[in-house]
Design a protein around this ligand. Structure first.
Ligand code: NAP
Ligand code: MN
Length: 269
């Protein structure tokens, strides 16, 4: 039995698209499961990029192929547009025939060590953001590898994956990175650069083997908010944060016509 799992963001148009897709899958001999079981061979995610990220987090970064059907807004991760009904049939036909490739997306993880010595791990497909939990500026001791590099002062620090480079990172003036490149992009959020405070004002690119260390300075603004793909976690006590490249891979199903730079052009220009 070939089982497919379908996740939606719950909007009316997504539910309608799901019903159409389920019918087509069943006609083609597939079973559509409600829960992402270990024997599912494909995860179909209906919605926008936000729904795609939600599916990835809900299913704990699954290793099975994922395909996005765009009923949302931008749909950068999404491969299929249901506005054209022919695309859904073509999808099932090409999928059955094995006419697709898997785009491997690397991820980023933050390991937060709290004063009790406990470690909390947060994963992101787009990015990890560290900022203050209030409107004060934050002061962060930043190290790369084992070398202390700077005391960052400003709103915060964003660490983007290559796949996440086109999201929040791009709005902050960061660079668009081809997802075939294994790196982390560290982008400052409103860095202060005065005689009082000195911070890098551009993004820094790190190779996958180097990690970023962050120790928030005590005092006003020491309360830190960590966000992984927009999911918030507040840390009220001083902690130590390590942000590193993760070996967890998300496999995105792409068809012959997919080209990263073509997607960038059609979505951004
Ligand atoms: P959201 O606030 O609705 O997302 C903002 C926009 O980012 C949406 O248009 C979304 O596409 C798009 N997006 C998400 N991932 C992308 C990617 N890898 N490449 C290009 N665009 C992408 O929140 P959300 O939908 O839950 O997504 C969470 C993400 O929003 C976070 O990971 C962060 O990157 C991003 N964000 C951006 C800003 C900013 O640019 N100022 C601020 C906060 C968060 P859809 O319309 O298809 O959902
Ligand atoms: Mn969204």
């Amino acid at each position: 039995m070939r089982t497919i799992n379908v996740f939606t963001n719950g909007t009316e148009v997504s539910k309608k698209t799901k019903a159409i897709l389920v019918e087509k899958f069943e006609k083609n001999g597939f079973t559509v499961g409600e829960k992402c079981s270990p024997d599912s061979e494909l995860l179909v995610c209906i919605g926008g990029d936000g729904a795609f990220l939600q599916a990835v987090h809900t299913y704990h970064f699954p290793s099975i192929p994922i395909i996005g059907v765009n009923t949302g807004h931008l749909g950068f991760f999404q491969e299929i547009s249901p506005d054209d009904p022919g695309q859904l049939d073509a999808f099932i036909r090409d999928y059955k025939a094995g006419r697709y490739t898997l785009q491997q997306l690397s991820t980023v993880q933050a390991v937060v060590t709290t004063p009790d010595g406990e470690k909390h791990v947060h994963r992101g497909l787009n990015e990890i953001v560290i900022r203050g939990n209030h409107s004060y500026s934050v002061h962060l001791d930043i190290s790369i590898g084992n070398s202390p590099i700077e005391k960052f002062s400003g709103d915060g620090i964003l660490v983007a994956t290559s796949a996440g480079s086109t999201a929040y990172n791009y709005s902050l003036g960061g660079s668009i990175v081809d997802p075939r490149i294994r790196l982390l992009q560290v982008t400052p959020i409103a860095p202060m650069n005065t005689t009082a405070y000195r911070s890098f004002t551009s993004s820094i690119l790190l190779p996958s083997e180097l990690s970023l260390g962050i120790v928030p300075e005590l005092g006003k603004g020491a309360e830190i908010l960590l966000m992984n793909d927009g999911i918030e976690h507040a840390y009220e006590e001083t902690c130590e944060i390590k942000i590193e490249f993760s070996d967890t891979i998300i496999n995105l199903l792409r068809f012959e016509s997919y080209d990263f730079w073509d997607k960038v052009k059609t979505k951004f220009l």
